[in-house]
Each structure stands twice: as structure tokens, then as C-alpha cells.
Design a protein around this ligand. Structure first.
Ligand code: NAD
Length: 260
């Protein structure tokens, strides 16, 4: 039997077939899960529809995480069409472009608040709204990045948001543990996606990681997808509140490889 057979899950954060969320949805489908997708707005809808057709996803629903009414409608729609769910993927982040270039010290309050609302509070609110339609033992996954604990050029306010996101995972893990619901963060290495294109000099970050990680390569959305699927499956039933790195080992390096 496939690992995800009989499970139904919601994946939030597919923009196109380069999204990390797409890699996770694909791995879950491959292992037998039923997957539900959302789209942020009408502009992205055709791209998400294309992904849904390719993956054999039956339903896509609108969801802008800053709109409470859309979160409530999402829960009602899922309950009507599927009943309960077994997993949830939160693969959403946003900060205004001007906050992702230049110096962190220049971060404006509005940009700070936007980054925290869309990239952090959205996880808490999604969990609040969807917990009633989650089965006991369900698994939740969010996406984070090393910029939460280390300086990464231009990551700026998003690094602070990811630190708050990882802390939220730990607090949510305790609250949700009462129902044996698990929540983890997957810390992905840099991958060229729509969101990453907003980060200044991203191609330099990609080159640096490729050169300096133990595996001497950047990760793919399929690699992140497979590890994400493991965290969403019962194979990881003893794991919660964790930050799991899928980054070719880059995070363990203390200094660049020493070639004599
Ligand atoms: P992506 O652009 O494909 O996905 C980002 C998603 O966020 C999009 O689907 C977008 O529609 C959604 N989103 C943004 N604002 C939203 C809103 N208000 N309501 C609903 N959805 C909204 O890029 P990605 O790189 O796949 O990003 C997914 C996650 O992975 C993010 O949390 C990102 O920080 C994280 N991550 C990315 C990398 C990387 O290098 N690409 C590395 C580590 C972590």
C-alpha cells in the first residue's frame, strides 16, 4: 500500500509548477493521497488550474490568506466536498519588494507588518480555522528558510518572519498535540521560484549554496516534495515541532570547504 493512501490534504501555496507546494502536492498524489489546492487570486487561477489538471486534483478554491471570509468559505467548502482532512501544507510568504533589497535597518513598519501577517499569522489563522475539520493524528507542514537564524543577504524582514514562523510551529505543536495533530517546518535550500525572484541577488545565493553545501548542488522541488510528504505521512508520527532541513546539508557548514 502507498504511504498516503486514504489521506486527504489541503495544499496552500501553489502558484505554478515551479512552486515548492507543487513538489509536495505531486509527491503526496504519487503516494496515493487526495489533494485539494487553493489559488491566491484570479491572475494565478489559470496556472493553478493547469497544475490541478496535471495532478488530477478535483477541487481548487480561492484563498487570499489576508481575507478571513475566504478562510471561512474554504473550511465550509472542504467540509461539504470532503468532510475532514488529514494534512495541511502552508507554503505562503510575502514581503514588499523594497524590504527585500538594501539594508534591514531601513525596514518600514508597514512592510514589517505585511510580512508578519502574510508569512506568519496566516499559519496560525489557517490552523485555527481548519482544526475543527482535521482528523486526530493529522499533520501540518510549513516552509521556512535558514535566514531565520543566520544572516542571508537581502532576506531582511523575511528572516525575522521565518524566525517567528518557526517559533509559532513550536507553540502550535504543544496545543495541537492534545489531538495528536503534528506540525513541523521544512527548511528548504534556495530554489528558483516566483517568490524567490523578489529577493535581491538570488542567483548569487543559489551559486554560493551550490558551491558550499556538502552535496555541492542545490535542492529540487522534487527533493523537498519527498521530504515534505514524509513529514505529512504517518512515517513521521513521532516528529512534531521540528525544523527539518532539506538543503543539501548547507546549514551544517561552519566555513567553506577547505581545498588544499
Ligand atoms: P511561490 O511563489 O511558488 O509560492 C509562494 C506562494 O505564496 C504563492 O503560491 C502565492 O500565491 C502565495 N501567497 C503569497 N501571498 C499570499 C496571500 N496573501 N494569500 C494566499 N497565498 C499567498 O514560491 P516558493 O518559493 O514555492 O514559496 C513557498 C514557501 O517556501 C514560502 O514560505 C517561502 O518562503 C518558502 N521557501 C522558499 C525557498 C526558495 O528558495 N524558493 C526556500 C525556503 C523556503
Amino acid at each position: 500500500m502507498s504511504v498516503m493512501e486514504g489521506k486527504i490534504g489541503l495544499v496552500v501555496g501553489v502558484a505554478n509548477n515551479r512552486s515548492i507546494a507543487y513538489g509536495i502536492a505531486k509527491a503526496c498524489k504519487r503516494e496515493g493521497a487526495e489533494v485539494i489546492l487553493t489559488y491566491q487570486n484570479d491572475k494565478l487561477k489559470p496556472r493553478v488550474e493547469k497544475v490541478a489538471n496535471e495532478l488530477g486534483v478535483k477541487h481548487i478554491y480561492p484563498l487570499d490568506v489576508s481575507k478571513e471570509e475566504e478562510l471561512i468559505a474554504l473550511r465550509e467548502n472542504i467540509e461539504k466536498d470532503y468532510g475532514k482532512i488529514d494534512f495541511l501544507v502552508h507554503s505562503v510568504a510575502f514581503a514588499p519588494r523594497e524590504a527585500l533589497d538594501g539594508k534591514f535597518i531601513d525596514t518600514k513598519k508597514e512592510a514589517f507588518n505585511t510580512a508578519m501577517e502574510i508569512s506568519v499569522y496566516s499559519l496560525i489563522e489557517l490552523v485555527q480555522k481548519l482544526e475543527p475539520i482535521m482528523n486526530d493524528g493529522a499533520s501540518i507542514l510549513t516552509l521556512t528558510y535558514l535566514g531565520s537564524t543566520r544572516y542571508i543577504p537581502h532576506y531582511n524582514v523575511m528572516g525575522v518572519a521565518k524566525a517567528a514562523l518557526e517559533a509559532s510551529v513550536r507553540y502550535l505543536a504543544v496545543d495541537l498535540g492534545e489531538r495528536k495533530i503534528r506540525i513541523n517546518a521544512l527548511s528548504a535550500g534556495p530554489i528558483k521560484t516566483l517568490a524567490a525572484s523578489g529577493i535581491g541577488d538570488f542567483s548569487e545565493i543559489l551559486k554560493y549554496n551550490e558551491k558550499n553545501s556538502p552535496l555541492m548542488k542545490n535542492v529540487t522541488i522534487d527533493e523537498v516534495g519527498n521530504s515534505g510528504m514524509y513529514l505529512l505521512s504517518d512515517l513521521s508520527s513521532g516528529v512534531t515541532g521540528e525544523v527539518h532541513f532539506v538543503d543539501s546539508g548547507y546549514n551544517i557548514m561552519g566555513m567553506p570547504r577547505y581545498d588544499k
